[in-house]
Design a protein around this ligand. Structure first.
Ligand code: NDP
Length: 318
């Protein structure tokens, strides 16, 4: 059943979505947030967050997201569980279809559905997540100061994570599954010239060792089939991210990697009245604080849109 159009729907309940909700609710836009399959976003599966300003003693990721949510609710945001699985942006008000089949419409939409780290798919990786297994060196590298860690991947992210960790850790083992890295030449040169980064080509992770925390990484050298154990207390999986943009295709313009394209320095997408914030439009920074920043921008852009646009002029833009 189709309900009355909502003024503003925010898709995603991570730092970007909740920040957009706080701003929009305070501006009287009566936002509704659909939290998606992982309410709270990627931070709900992390441990301590020490780099989000305002928490001088650090904060647990899930607890921080509870604070974001409560702050959004305080100003009247309606928060609903549910995932948007399909959209029709050829109509106005814009149409969204939920995983339970329900259809909702909105005059303006902020897409803040995030991105998901790609994982190796090992049971030990899941079990030890947040206890030595991470996908974010900037978030968790500090916990491995002067220790030995492993980074998996051969792209620019793996190179960047290795370089970041090499400044904190005693030793970084970079595991590349092919005979060469995919990263840009400049990043490869930087990684190769770091004395405490050891690159292992043709090497894959077989298992992550340890019961409570990571105690080592079992690897296989694929050319010889030889098994080895690297003594390490941390493993950073850097094999790419997947922006959660699939439900918005084919209407929304995305780049070659599936990240939503926005007007530089703004949050406007190619569809009038649809804005994007957070990791779904950010291949580069992917931090909670940058997501929150773009969430704020999207709410201000949506507010301006709702103020400026008469329904007639929107129809002309369809
Ligand atoms: P990429 O897709 O470029 O690279 C992923 C890497 O992970 C590849 O080397 C791939 O290996 C490897 N990999 C994939 N699956 C596995 C697996 N199961 N086991 C082991 N290794 C695996 O992802 P990135 O996140 O590195 O980069 C994405 C985009 O973002 C790129 O365009 C990159 O240039 C850009 N970027 C730019 C930055 C910058 O400009 N500062 C920083 C970070 C990213 P294989 O090569 O064998 O397929």
């Amino acid at each position: 059943m189709l309900t009355q159009p909502t003024q503003l729907i925010i898709i995603g309940g991570g730092p970007a979505g909740y920040t957009a909700a706080i701003y929009a609710a305070r501006a009287g836009l009566n936002p509704v947030v659909y939290t998606g399959p992982q309410p709270g976003g990627q931070l709900t599966i992390t441990g301590d967050v020490e780099n989000y300003p305002g928490y001088r003693n650090g904060v647990l990721g899930p607890s921080m997201m509870e604070d974001f949510k409560a702050q959004a609710e305080r100003f009247g945001t309606i928060i609903k569980e549910g995932t948007i699985v399909k959209v029709d942006f050829s109509v106005y008000p814009r149409l969204l279809i939920l995983d339970n089949g329900q259809q909702v419409t909105a005059q303006a939409i902020i897409i803040a559905a995030g991105a998901s780290a790609k994982w190796l798919g090992l049971p030990s990786e899941k079990r030890l997540y947040g206890r030595g297994v991470s996908a974010c060196a900037v978030c968790d590298g500090f916990f491995f100061k002067n220790e030995t860690v492993v980074v998996v991947g051969g792209g620019d992210t793996a190179a960047e994570e290795s370089l970041y960790l090499s400044k904190l850790c005693k030793k970084v083992h970079l595991l590349v599954r092919k005979g060469q890295m995919r990263a840009s030449n400049i990043m490869q040169n930087r990684v190769s010239s770091k004395e405490n980064i050891q690159i292992w080509f043709h090497t894959e992770v077989k298992d992550i060792l340890g019961q409570e925390t990571v105690e080592g990484v079992q690897v296989i050298h694929v050319k010889s089939n030889q098994l080895d154990v690297i003594d390490a207390t941390g493993i950073f999986v850097a094999i790419g991210h997947q922006p959660n943009s699939a439900p918005f295709l084919p209407y929304i313009a995305v780049d070659d990697h599936g990240y939503i394209q926005v007007t530089p320095g703004r949050t406007h997408t190619n569809i009038s009245g649809v804005f994007a914030a957070g990791d779904i439009q950010d291949i580069r920074y992917r931090q909670a604080v940058t997501a929150a920043g773009t969430g704020c921008m999207a709410a201000l852009d949506a507010e301006r849109f709702l103020q400026d646009q008469s329904v007639d002029s929107i129809f002309k833009n369809l």
